[in-house]
Design a protein. Structure first.
Length: 132
């Protein structure tokens, strides 16, 4: 979850968060009246390393822990400026490098769910992933 003030840029909003400027898709005009947006990103929507190349949002993160569940790896990363761990689900048996190494994480603008935090309404701005 990242929180910050939004700025509309065409069909997207830019949100200045604690980890930097992030882009999220928005098709709802009410975002113009919102003072802060909360971006929620599903762990399965975050790409790691080479899969993150070309994504609209990227951050550098340090791998803190990992566990294999039989179907996927559950990875926990720390990101400078963000107090919580950023969780990632990596399907299959692809082993992500050693704990303590730095990786690029990325996601596209239509991956986050956007919720208004400050403004007239507490509403979902957009969730393009309802069908998943």
């Amino acid at each position: 979850v990242f929180i910050g003030p939004p700025n509309r840029v065409g069909d997207t909003v830019e949100v200045n968060t604690e980890i930097g400027l992030l882009t999220a898709a928005s098709q709802n005009e009410s975002v113009d009246d919102v003072t802060e947006l909360q971006l929620l990103i599903r762990p399965r929507d975050i790409a790691v390393s080479e899969e993150a190349i070309g994504k609209e949002n990227t951050v550098q993160a340090t791998l803190k822990r990992r566990s294999y569940t039989g179907k996927q790896f559950e990875l926990a990363f720390s990101v400078e400026g963000y107090d919580d761990e950023l969780l990632v689900l990596e399907p299959g048996q692809r082993l992500i490098g050693p704990v303590g190494d730095e990786f690029t994480l990325g996601w596209d603008a239509d991956d986050p769910v956007c919720l208004s935090v400050g403004g007239p309404d507490q509403q979902v701005i957009q969730d393009t992933n309802d069908e998943r």
